[in-house]
Design a protein around this ligand. Structure first.
Ligand SMILES: C[S@@+](CC[C@H](N)C(=O)[O-])C[C@H]1O[C@@H](n2cnc3c(N)ncnc32)[C@H](O)[C@@H]1O
Length: 209
């Protein structure tokens, strides 16, 4: 993966025999660290969470374990899980081989987590189905093209509660001339006054005001 300048995203190692996670390494340090910063006190109240782009479920499990402690909490994991990173996008095909078999691995990795809800769809069709003003936390980590990350941000914004938090992964990611930042910055410019910037680093977080 490092050949493709994926920066801090070191995807976790899969045990090919059992198809389970054997070595989490530092792959989701960003997510774990961001959650600790955003929620210094581990939430015990009902949390409705969304992850756009769930891949094999490592991030899903981290979000579940940190935020979904209440019995009524839920985590919607939105991903087409279709063995390609971004269907039909040649610029993203470099990662297709990693995505082969991702649905089986996601199911296997998350099968013991009852609050995780598999949503096997692209974000464009799934986010609109979610209830308005209902989301406490959203993690945007799907198709990293500026156009799609912008759309994901706009769509998820409508679903967020006041005080809810959107965390964007890979703000500084760049590949084949595509910069995720461009889409996130476009959203931030257009929605200025409607959110508070919490931090901007390799990940970026806002809360809805
Ligand atoms: C970087 S991985 C996600 C990693 C995961 N969040 C984690 O922390 O373990 C990106 C995922 O986005 C998915 N994806 C690509 N386009 C998408 C879209 N339009 N909607 C939802 N997910 C998408 C891919 O299938 C891939 O599994």
């Amino acid at each position: 993966m490092n050949n493709y300048n994926l920066q801090k995203k070191n995807f976790f190692t899969i045990n090919k025999k059992s198809d389970s996670i054997i070595n989490v390494k530092n792959s989701t340090d960003n997510l774990s660290n961001s959650l600790k910063l955003l929620y210094p006190i581990i939430p015990q109240s009902k949390m409705i969470c969304v992850e756009v782009g769930s891949f094999e479920g490592e991030g899903s499990i981290i979000i579940n374990n940190y935020l979904c402690n209440n019995n009524d909490s839920k985590l919607y994991c939105i991903d087409p899980f279709d063995d390609e990173y971004v269907k039909g996008n040649e610029k993203m095909s470099f990662w297709d081989s990693e995505c082969k078999g991702q649905l089986d691995r996601f199911r296997n990795n998350t099968k013991n987590f009852s609050k995780i809800i598999e949503c096997k769809e692209i974000s464009d069709t799934m986010i609109p189905k979610l209830e308005e003003n209902n989301i406490d936390f959203a993690y945007i980590d799907g198709d990293h093209s500026p156009e799609q990350v912008y759309k994901d941000a706009v769509n998820i914004f409508k679903k967020m509660k006041i005080g809810g938090i959107i965390l964007f992964d890979d703000y500084l990611w760049e590949i084949n001339g595509m910069k995720t930042k461009i889409g996130i910055d476009k959203f931030l410019d257009e929605y200025i006054g409607k959110y508070k910037l919490l931090f901007k680093n390799y990940q970026l977080a806002i809360s809805i005001i």
